[in-house]
Design a protein around this ligand. Sequence first.
Ligand code: DSN
Length: 417
Amino acid sequence: MYSEIFNIIRKHNEMMRNSIPLIASENLTSELVRKCYLADFGHRYAEGKVGERYYAGCKFIDEVEDLAIRLTKKLFDAEHVNLQPISGVVANLAAFFALTKPGDTVFSISVPCGGHISHDKISAAGLRGLKVVYYPFDVKAMNLDLPATEKLAREVKPELFILGSSLMLFRQPVKEIVEIAEEIEAKVMFDASHVLGLIAGKVYPNPMKEGADVLTASTHKTFFGPQRALILSKESLAKKIDRAVFPGVVSNHHLHSLAGYAIAVMEMLEFGEEYAKQVVKNAKKLAEELYNRNYAVLGEKFGFTETHQIAIDVRSLGGGDPVARKLEAVGIIINKNLLPWDPLESTANPSGIRLGVQEVTRLGMKEEEMISIAEFIDMAIKEKKSFEELRKEISEFRRDFQTVKFTFEECNAYSEL
Ligand code: DSN
């Protein structure tokens, strides 16, 4: 019976090895990171802080967590680091517990404008009992409407400003929001899940250096880590953050991925700048190539993107759902995405699609390959060739890109069982 599971995994690996992976929240880990998954750590418990555990047997887990904290501090020049949240939503929930009380008001970017669900009432912000007010949003600039935000903030006086999004094409005005926050004695939190690797690679400004109080992030989108999360904060908030994480929202943290995370930080320290630069170059190139093929790529006036992401309005092509399905049929994996004018009810078939180039960049692709990807996307959407033919061509195209780069020991991207 168990072999059935392995067969399914093999089929999945086979599918991914022959596809063009463009989901903006995913990435590949190196062999070194993956090896750590199999260590005994994953069978153990390590509640509490390094050196103050509630379980015996944590001596070596302490050494790894302590090293991972020190490396993370170095990478982000951070005052305080907590590596125990097991996911981005859990990190956000902990930050809300540390920074707010029930009934407080927060400013959030709405989900159609790119905000993450955990910043909203239906998820973590709602669980903490927070009142959510949406930032005024400038759709053309795909960014906050700063003058309108300033005016609204003085009227509403929120306790917390939440920045960072799931659809984030451009740099958000952290410094300017910090100035407003200081004036009304509010805090600023930046959810860097999507751009953590770009911050590490110094192509996206570090929000903590711009005055944010707290940074939360998952570690596996543009970052090289396995799936987990972290919180950086000012030293003055360290106790509150640590208490909110444990015993607040985490008991044991996920030790199977702790050592792999430490390796990912080392990879970022060594290769992060080169990788992040290439990610942004690739995103700009792919956006430009699609725009030149008459796709309604957002952010044209601002160079399309400053991150790993591209957003396209595909209403004229039937909407995000049929477009994503067509692309999946030829092996191009993307997600349908709400765009700012979409009502929440349109999630089944929103106006847009979102593409991310971080994973193909980690596979070694550069600008030249972005031209090929744009051509494949165009041929699939406009059905210029049969899906079968395109699937074969994409598979052939992928043959030269099977190895995880920007690591100490390059490895096959999809390990065989
Ligand atoms: N919202 C998911 C994404 O950006 O794909 C992450 O939680």
